[in-house]
Design a protein around this ligand. Structure first.
Ligand code: SAM
Ligand code: DTB
Ligand code: SF4
Length: 328
């Protein structure tokens, strides 16, 4: 079994190799992914995170998929930064519902120094509940990652979202290189990296393979890899596109699992729309993390009862903190 405390030996993936995985017959791809998965993880354990939007709407950025951009008319009410007690109450409820990690998201291009102190306080208090902490605040300036680390931050979520060559068709207010720069600051501060992307934005399979290749070639690889399926939010430029074939989503999970064998691969946005059968295929393909709780940031997620029923039907269980297979 892989020792997760040791850095994973870096293999550089070429686009052709990743595309070749995508092109495998479906059963061969899933078999390979499940085989890789079992070398590192308990195949029936799923890590549970809960999200909270601590600052909703009014974002300066123009991300074409996002309900929270001030440039799209999505009808979302802009809210101020939540206060610390409200965040702690939500974290306690998430812990009681079985989540081991609490992820706090803000609709910012990046945090202002005056807001970062308040977020650091949230991190401190959530950590004191015995939960893992994660924040996603946009681009960081030098020194900010260290401040979050000092507060006890375990993970920083910052997605590459799509392959470099497609990035400019999705977002124009910041660049793919800006994202890499923040990821490097997070890594240098000793915070675990949560980095993934969105599929279903009208990109080709080659672009999807490019995204997975870039994620897999981060060195070290991200500890956590959220795979989001585009949620079509009315009023965003991406609301009108064609739906992604669900098997292509499952293939993406499998290719992520094979190329990032020691990472937690998370079924993230859009899980509600997948249905039970496609989610089951995703778990077979090596997904081993989900967001639990009936809301993501601004969109819906499966209800706790629906998740309990699915986990029970599939014999899945929540994973304890650390993600190691229990001895014996
Ligand atoms: N503002 C910060 C940032 O952009 O990094 C943090 C919050 S942002 C909402 C976090 C991630 O949510 C995005 O990078 C994207 O992957 C995902 N996301 C946002 N809207 C989505 C949608 N409609 N469908 C799927 N994923 C979405
Ligand atoms: C991630 O990759 N997905 C989460 C989390 N990181 C912050 C966010 C999903 C947001 C989906 C759209 C919404 O609810 O607004
Ligand atoms: Fe802002 Fe993040 Fe939404 Fe982009 S994805 S508009 S940066 S909240």
């Amino acid at each position: 079994m892989t020792d997760l405390s040791q850095p994973v030996a870096a293999k550089t993936w070429s686009l052709a190799e990743v595309e070749a995985l995508y092109a495998l017959p479906f059963n061969d791809l899933l078999f390979q992914a499940q085989t890789v998965h079992r070398q590192t993880f308990d195949p029936n354990a799923v890590q549970l995170s809960t999200l909270l939007s601590i600052k909703t709407g009014g974002c300066s950025e123009d991300c074409g998929y996002c309900s929270q951009s001030a440039r799209h008319d999505t009808g979302l009410e802009r809210e101020k930064l939540l206060d610390v007690p409200a965040v702690v109450a939500a974290a306690k409820a998430a812990k009681e519902a079985g989540a081991t990690r609490f992820c706090m998201g803000a609709a910012w291009r990046g945090p202002k120094d005056k807001d970062l102190g308040a977020v650091a306080e949230m991190v401190r208090e959530v950590k004191a509940l015995g939960m893992e902490t994660c924040v996603t605040l946009g681009m960081l300036k030098p020194g900010q990652a260290e401040q979050l680390k000092d507060a006890g931050l375990d993970y920083y979520n910052h997605n590459l979202d799509t392959a470099a060559e497609f990035y400019g068709q999705v977002i124009t207010t910041h660049t793919h290189n800006d994202r890499l720069d923040t990821l490097a600051q997070v890594r240098d501060a000793g915070i675990h990296v949560c980095c993934g992307g969105i599929i279903g934005m009208g990109e080709s399979r080659r672009i999807r393979a490019g995204l997975v290749m870039e994620l897999a070639n981060l060195n070290p690889q991200p500890e956590s890899v959220p795979i989001n399926r585009l949620v079509k939010v009315p009023g965003t430029p991406m609301a009108q596109g064609e739906d992604l074939d669900p098997f292509e989503f499952v293939r993406t999970v499998a290719v992520a699992r094979i190329t990032m064998p020691a990472s937690h691969v998370r079924l993230s946005a859009g899980r509600q729309e997948l249905g039970e059968a496609v989610q089951a295929l995703c778990f077979l393909a090596g997904a081993n993390s989900v967001f639990c709780g009936d809301r993501l940031l601004t969109t819906r997620n499966p209800e706790a009862d629906a998740d309990s029923a699915l986990f029970s039907k599939l014999g899945l269980h929540g994973e304890p903190v650390q993600g190691r297979r229990c001895a014996g």
